[in-house]
Design a protein around this ligand. Structure first.
Ligand code: SF4
Length: 337
């Protein structure tokens, strides 16, 4: 895994206003993303995992500027070096145009994300034409045919429409549309969760092959830890708008620190019945609270079996408690104190 940063996300917040009760003067907000910071290194896959509603998709969409952040910043590396903050520029909507083709997104739903009235050729070449990356004519057709082959589609189908393809093939079209732009970073937003289990592994393997062939960097968003484990170098676990743990994939699975991560790992089904009987399963109690009215103190306090008085009044910061292993939990003392 290359160690040089390509994208830095700092103190990112995205709050959505929600309708207040009649006669109420208080404005309410859904705190989808609340103070999220991480660095994406060139060539790696950083997985973001958490239950539905934890804010992981909003992180991806805010980085892409589909959503305007409430506060916080995204920094994009300008040159080859990533030594100081001067090697990065902070992008807002206006600057996004400059780097748009370098950050691309693969969406969850291959049915909804493709325009049913466009042919595969038009879908794949749309971004190329909009960004002036091909001159048109023969060059464009050759580029589309080439990328179709790379994602496992027959180029002779380029005049067909999305409804003529299966779910897995449609996601391949969605992937081709992104990779043809030669991006540096791809945000994969639950790219296999709408697909049959039998097709999921094929798409994950394709994404891995494309990552090595094109030197891509992935931010891989998913709710399924076993999917994220397969593809990620590092994993960030999100709970109710915040990152609660972040470390290398192997370490997260071997020695998870946060009680929420421990519960998520325990909830992964074990295929071997002997292992299942002997293992102690610590499942997470209750439902995820509303992000409109999150608990005071630690966001996980209402579901945590290890909660202490302090957890109800103070919010734990995400701290590096062991080398390369960050956790937001009072069970682990701040090594700098
Ligand atoms: Fe549980 Fe407290 Fe740690 Fe939160 S800070 S996860 S409530 S022990």
């Amino acid at each position: 895994m290359a160690a040089s940063a390509i994208l830095r996300v700092e103190k990112l917040k995205k709050y959505f206003p929600v309708k207040s009760l009649p006669f109420s003067r208080k404005r309410s907000f859904l705190k989808a993303v609340d103070d999220v910071t991480f660095t994406l290194h060139a060539g790696e896959t950083l997985g973001i995992v958490g239950e539905s509603g934890c804010g992981k998709t909003t992180v991806g969409r805010t980085i892409m500027r589909i959503y305007e952040p409430t506060s916080g910043q995204c920094w994009w590396r300008v040159g080859d070096s990533a030594e100081t903050m001067e090697d990065f520029f902070c992008y807002k909507n206006a600057q996004m145009r400059r780097i748009r083709h370098q950050i691309q997104m693969i969406f969850q739903d291959p049915y909804a994300s493709l325009n049913p009235r466009m042919t595969v050729q038009d879908i794949i070449s749309e971004g190329l034409k909009a960004n002036g990356l091909v001159s048109g004519g023969r060059e464009m057709i050759n580029t589309v045919a080439d990328i179709m082959e790379k994602v496992g589609l027959l180029p002779e189908y380029m005049k067909r429409y999305p409804h003529e393809f299966s779910g897995g093939q449609r996601q391949r079209i969605g992937i081709a549309r992104v990779i043809v732009m030669r991006p540096k970073v791809v945000i994969c937003d639950e790219p296999v969760s709408a697909l049959d289990v039998s097709v999921q592994a094929q798409i994950i393997n394709l994404l891995e092959d494309l990552r090595s062939e094109f030197g891509l960097t992935y931010l891989f968003i998913a709710h399924d830890l076993s999917v994220v484990k397969h593809i990620s170098d590092r994993i960030a676990v999100m709970y109710l708008g915040k990152i609660v743990e972040k470390t290398d994939t192997d370490r997260l699975f071997e020695a998870p620190l946060h009680p929420y991560t421990q519960g998520l790992l325990q909830a992964i089904p074990v295929p071997d019945p002997h292992q299942r009987k002997s293992g102690h399963r610590m499942l997470i109690a209750g439902d995820i609270p509303s992000p409109i009215d999150p608990p005071e103190g630690c966001r996980f306090v209402k579901r945590c079996s290890k909660a202490m008085d302090r957890c109800r009044v103070e919010t734990p910061a995400l701290l590096e408690v062991r080398e390369g292993h960050e956790v937001a939990c009072f069970l682990y003392p701040n090594p700098r104190e």
